[in-house]
Design a protein around this ligand. Sequence first.
Ligand SMILES: [Zn+2]
Ligand SMILES: [Zn+2]
Length: 511
Amino acid sequence: MYQLVIRGGRIIDGSGAPWYYGDVAVAGGRIASLGRLGCTQADKVIDAGGQVICPGIIDIHSHSDAALTTFPQASSKIRQGVTTEVVGQCGASAAPVDEISQLESGEAGHWPTMGHYLDALRHQGVAVNVAALVGHGSIRRAVMKNEDRKPSPAELAGMVSQVAEAMQQGAWGMSTGLIYAPSMYAHTPELIALATECARHGGIYFTHLRNEAAGLLQSLDEALEIGRAAQIPVQISHLKVTGEANWGLVRPALARMVEAREQGIDVTADQYPYIASATSLSAVLPGWVREGQREAVMGKLRTQRAQIVSELHQGRDWSRVMVSAVARDEDRRWEGCSIADIAASRSSGPEETVIDLLLDNAMLVGMVGFGMCEADVEYVMAHPLVMIGSDASARSAEAAQGKPHPRNYGTFPRVLGRYSRQQGILTLEEAVRKMTSLPASRMGITDRGLIRPGLMADLVVLDPSTVLDAATFTDPHRYPVGINYVVVNGQVVVDRGAELPVRPGQVLIPH
Ligand SMILES: [Zn+2]
Ligand SMILES: [Zn+2]
């Protein structure tokens, strides 16, 4: 007797192979049998009615770290068909954190070690499976605070041992966010030293490049140099190029990655399917302003305002920068407005407006920047080295706050519906591969990402004729359509489009 049987689907198995008709039977949380199963007994039977049965989606680039303790149902992800999240990206992980920054940030959701964080997830229970990276920024902050300088030999040794500890406690690799303080203060040799330690433990190097505009290719070269020197697989995070003058640079970037692979560097990339990016508004500030603890940064905004305004006043189109979230209720009305529009209605300059918003909200302002073009998004998406990742965190539309990037709710259905079905940029089978077996093989997750007997039963039933994102930049808290069933480790989490209050997710540990 099976735990679950899904009957009468078109099976897209995640390998990229064309769909075929079949049934999937689940026992003990694993795929037990596959094909035309005929009359079989099961605790639960789902009639797929000719819809697609595919593996659960592995979100190779997730920021759900602390959000998973606030939103353990991970609704915004589960409703897209995501069954595994790879967290700890862009240099920022939930652990480790030093006491000072924990006290200062006043934010819950940081743990002293990777082991503590993973135990917290196990203890609480989550709907999705979780694989964690350790963030270089988190490690550097814990060891060196938020300072723009080279590490002493003792500090470097301290960071190396933090990498080792996180890897021993279950991390899959290390990430950098080289536009963010304090990751941005690290020079290449420091990153090579830490990546070398990470590689010793079988880890992967994920990187948000130092520059995703005119300096894209040089930044990519740095990542490839780290891969070569540390002998570590390299994942380029959210591959893109911003700024109209730089559009098209993704082509030589991908060509360079293909070349690097020919030389033996195992490099791949991920992408989210939008022409806008999202980050904190403070990321537009010059590096010297962002150094130090929060009070020090705000002090510089107050006392060196003229200098900062003049540095900010360098060719940025403020009509393309939208405020996505603020901390202060009085400023909520600006959520969804561009900096240019906010400045105009306050009769202020855009640079002044940026500084005022940051000061008024204790630096907690989110932004969405419209800097990319569709042609680049499509070229990157279709490239064989690229997989799909959301760059977003678990949220709940029932607890909607601000105007976050719609990728939080829409990434994967958007690729399946808009880019595959509507625009034909890639076949449905290839789109599914880029969300399932490709990220699984990148991570070395050998028991998920495909529909094969013996693998864990992470499964999605979706309607290929309707699947589509619904979230937009002005109305982002909307679940997608066409994702009808989601199964995690054999347990149904989404049933006929409705979420069930179960948390069958597991913390995944490298072999
Ligand atoms: Zn990033
Ligand atoms: Zn990210």
